[in-house]
Design a protein around this ligand. Structure first.
Ligand code: DGY
Length: 323
């Protein structure tokens, strides 16, 4: 029987590409350059399944321009705000993502950003690399203590819960959260966290605010100038979710005017563009969207896409089906 044709839009870990090639007629992207909108449409026209990443904007225009041979979109990643789900549905596409497997890695990175920005790790590293360090001194690069402080989580899904566990039991932090839907009492009790009635309450009470809500229209600029002001001069913002959850211009203004103490960012409004203003500021730590970037996790993400493809082409229920 003819094997389904599966197109990957970017380079994947070699062992997953090899495993996929054993089962499918695999089309890889040797250059690893993001595909243009017309190349994405062409992929939908010529493959039975397309496996995109966060760098592929599968807009209504891209999907609508296709006479798709494709019936399946196996997203390599948990977030799917780069895919227009209504257009995918209208085109008869089934869509899946990769939850669970990147939870711990992304939570580790959120904790890392909290520590880096509070303890001025980026500044210290730059000092050493620039040969500017003249030796230990009692007043050099004094940051803020993290242990025992209050962490506020906006959104309380899998990744936020994993951050809560680290913060509460690893760093003895008090942990608050806001989530639009109810969280089971057993989870609240086991993680020893406190629910808040609003985003505002989290921002006002926390020393560190970490964002864990999905991107997309519903959360665009959720953290705007007014809400940044609630975080306050001694508060820090960490974003490992999606760039457009924060009004980036308002954040730059808040950092420049010391309205907030600092920020740790892994995501940006128009990746890979990072505003020059941010690059000049010492009170912000900038990472290039590394949340899930460990070898084990990226292999696990690829294998999770493969399991979803296998389900789909075998006619089984697709485990991580979104649409
Ligand atoms: C995710 O899985 O959503 C990561 O941000 C990469 O897309």
């Amino acid at each position: 029987m003819k094997r389904p044709r599966v197109q990957l839009t970017r380079r994947w870990p070699a062992e997953v590409e090899a495993a996929l090639a054993e089962r499918y007629e695999l089309v890889t992207n040797a250059s690893d350059e993001p595909l243009s909108p017309s190349a994405l449409t062409a992929a939908l026209d010529t493959a039975d399944a397309v496996c995109p990443t966060v760098t592929d904007a599968l807009t209504a225009a891209v999907i609508g321009a296709a006479s798709p041979r494709a019936r399946f979109l196996g997203n390599f990643g948990v977030g799917f705000n780069h895919i227009d789900l209504d257009a995918a549905r209208a085109a008869g596409l089934t869509v899946s993502n990769t939850p669970d497997v990147l939870t711990d890695c992304t939570a580790d990175l959120a904790m890392m950003l909290i520590l880096m920005v509070a303890r001025r790790a980026g500044e210290g590293e730059r000092l050493v690399r620039a040969d500017g360090w003249t030796g230990w001194c009692p007043t050099q690069l004094l940051g803020r203590r993290v242990s025992g402080k209050t962490l506020g989580l906006v959104g309380f899904g899998r990744i936020a819960r994993a951050v809560a566990r680290r913060a509460r039991f690893g760093f003895d932090m008090r942990v608050l959260y806001y989530n639009p839907s109810a969280v089971p009492d057993a989870v609240v009790h086991a993680l020893d966290v406190e629910p808040c009635a609003s985003v505002e309450e989290v921002l006002e009470r926390a020393d560190f605010v970490s964002l864990h809500c999905p991107g997309g229209a519903a959360t665009r600029h959720l953290i705007d100038a007014d809400r940044l002001a609630l975080i306050g001069r001694d508060g820090y913002l960490v974003n490992t979710a999606r760039g457009d959850v924060v009004d980036q211009e308002a954040l730059i203004a808040a950092l420049a005017s010391d309205t907030i103490a600092g920020a740790g960012l892994d995501v940006y409004a128009a990746e890979p563009l990072v505003p020059d203003a941010l690059k000049t500021m010492d009170n912000v730590v900038l990472l290039p969207h590394l949340g899930s970037a460990s070898e084990q996790t990226r292999v696990a993400m690829g294998r999770r896409v493969m399991a979803n493809l296998d389900d789909f082409f075998a006619g089984r229920v697709v485990r991580d089906r979104i649409v």
